[in-house]
Ligand binder design. Structure first.
Ligand SMILES: *[C@@H]1O[C@H](CO)[C@@H](O)[C@H](O)[C@H]1NC(C)=O
Ligand SMILES: *[C@@H]1O[C@H](CO)[C@@H](O)[C@H](O)[C@H]1NC(C)=O
Ligand SMILES: *[C@@H]1O[C@H](CO)[C@@H](O)[C@H](O)[C@H]1NC(C)=O
Ligand SMILES: *[C@@H]1O[C@H](CO)[C@@H](O)[C@H](O)[C@H]1NC(C)=O
Ligand SMILES: *[C@@H]1O[C@H](CO)[C@@H](O)[C@H](O)[C@H]1NC(C)=O
Length: 472
């Protein structure tokens, strides 16, 4: 009870009519509008690993005497299981926060989140100077506070704690700038999420000034007010550890005749929904994942030797990008583009990928066109959406028919041109079928009619090649 009361006073969450609910399976405890009268119900939260406080107004507890703790209480705080605390829908006087944070230095809480909170006033953080907190991860979502500009002093007083913080997110909070000095305090930060704010081109250069966020690996600037691709590139140039950059949902344009080198460490780059009608250059050369979905790209003609995942859904592409440009590609997404046909030699290469998705394209279901797609499906690399979201758009008599259901007997459709490539393609697609195909080809030389299984669908052919007992 003593600890419960202390926690309550410490967190000072008091308001009329409220109580806590503990979900044992999830180890999650939620308290609504706690007050002094129902404070006892917080006891059940002591076994939770996540505690959420919803609603209330702390303003009138600003002068509440929070005294130093005695050793036995400190011991008890150290045994609590609570790992994460969430404050939601609260008015938080900053002065109170500064004092309450000291309680956490005795706990094992690693993560703290403030959602839809308003921080009132400004506090002196002097008491926290030199204090360490176990919290490694700090999240703010939809919060308001006094502006950050001119508060470098406050942050430096929190420096010994903030210097060990690993994850910070400040999302949907109308942030327009991040002063240079603030970034220098976060010496160990690995991940910074600033999504859904109002950062503009001019605010990035100071935010990522020399010495700011020296360990940063993951940066999200999703849905801000950025327009200059090269401006962003120049701003993050000093982040030598950066691996993952999310610029999605900004409206980016290239500045002509501008050049810049991205950090060589970049592996994951998100340019989805950035209004691109052509590819911007340069791209980081060592990329492994490139998300270009939801743009207006008509063609993609770049070569990235390390790329493993290329996401191009929801563009205006008329053809798949040349697969040869991506020797280690594993996953390719092309849903909802304007691709009507798959050339056979592309299908051959695509069959080597682990995952291809290309639903929602206006397929031209000529005999050969449908056959190529069916052969690709037979390799098993078309996963989501096949067959129900692959429909024919032309010719007219097949409009609306599923590509799978088109009787595409590839061998008949295009015998002279297609037969040899099909055999090669299937050989590539299905390693186990190689022996069978070789035999079939040998037999064809001897007696051409015997080697041509007339009327087989592409899919059946692929499956047959794979399942043939002669393969093993
Ligand atoms: C606890 O959470 C689980 C998973 O969300 C839910 O199925 C269960 O009904 C909850 N239990 C209580 C007592 O609310
Ligand atoms: C954001 O927080 C305010 C309170 O500060 C709240 O009224 C509003 O509903 C929240 N908005 C969202 C989208 O959660
Ligand atoms: C976005 O930037 C433009 C100019 O760069 C500015 O006029 C506009 O006010 C900014 N919008 C927001 C929401 O900050
Ligand atoms: C890119 O950002 C969008 C949101 O803007 C998200 O839905 C998508 O999953 C992200 N892509 C990657 C590869 O993380
Ligand atoms: C479909 O492909 C056939 C054969 O290649 C071609 O003649 C026809 O014009 C194509 N139709 C459309 C709508 O692209």
């Amino acid at each position: 009870m003593r600890v419960a009361v202390l926690l309550l006073l410490g967190l000072a969450l008091l308001e009329a009519e409220g109580r806590c609910f503990f979900n044992r399976t999830q180890e999650y405890c939620v308290c609504y509008r706690l007050s002094q009268d129902n404070a006892g119900s917080i006891i059940q939260c002591l076994a939770a690993s996540v505690v959420e406080f919803q609603g209330g107004e702390l303003e009138r507890y600003v002068d509440f005497p929070i005294r130093d703790l005695d050793p036995s209480t400190i011991d008890m705080l150290g045994t609590l299981e609570i790992r994460k605390i969430i404050f939601g829908d609260l008015l938080v006087p900053e002065v109170l926060l500064a004092r309450v944070l000291r309680f956490f230095s005795y706990t094992r809480v690693q993560e703290m989140a403030f959602e839809s909170c308003s921080f009132l006033g400004r506090s002196s953080w002097g008491e926290m100077a030199g204090q360490n907190l176990p919290i490694l991860s700090l999240h703010f979502h939809n919060v308001t506070s006094a502006p950050l500009t001119g508060r470098e002093q406050d942050f430096s007083e929190l420096g010994s704690w903030l210097g060990t913080l690993q994850e910070l997110s400040v999302t949907s909070s109308h942030v327009t700038s991040l002063p240079c000095g603030i970034g220098r305090v976060f010496r160990a930060l690995r991940s910074l999420d600033m999504a859904q704010n109002s950062l503009g081109d001019g605010s990035l250069m100071p935010a990522f000034c020399k010495g700011a966020f020296p360990q940063l690996q993951v940066l999200s600037l999703q849905e801000n007010n950025l327009t200059s691709y090269h401006g962003v590139c120049r701003s993050v140039q000093l982040l030598h550890e950066l691996q993952h950059l999310d610029l999605s949902q900004n409206k980016l344009v290239a500045s002509p005749s501008s050049s810049c080198q991205w950090p060589a460490s970049l592996r994951i780059f998100n340019l989805s929904n950035t209004g691109l009608d052509e590819l911007l250059t340069p791209l980081p050369p060592g990329l492994e994942v490139l998300d270009l979905s939801s743009n207006r790209l008509r063609a993609v003609d770049i070569s990235l030797r390390s790329l493993k995942t290329l996401l191009l859904s929801r563009n205006l592409l008329l053809a798949a990008p040349p697969i040869r440009n991506y020797p280690v590609l594993r996953s390719l997404h092309l849903d909802d583009n304007l691709i009507a046909e798959w050339p056979w030699d592309e299908v051959k290469l695509l069959g080597n990928l682990q995952e291809v998705s290309a639903a929602g394209n206006p397929y031209n279901c000529t005999c050969a066109g449908a056959g190529a797609l069916q052969a690709l499906a037979a390799t098993g690399c078309l996963r989501q959406g096949w067959p129900q979201h692959y429909a024919c758009h032309s010719p007219p008599h097949y409009q609306g028919t599923l590509v799978r259901d088109v009787p595409a007997s590839v061998l008949q459709c295009n015998r002279a041109v297609v037969l040899a490539p099909v055999c090669t393609a299937l050989g590539l697609l299905c390693v186990a079928g190689a022996g069978w195909l070789a035999m079939a080809r040998r037999r064809r030389v001897a007696s051409p009619s015997a080697a041509q299984p007339q009327g087989l669908h592409g899919q059946e052919l692929g499956e047959k090649a794979c399942r043939s007992p002669m393969c093993s």
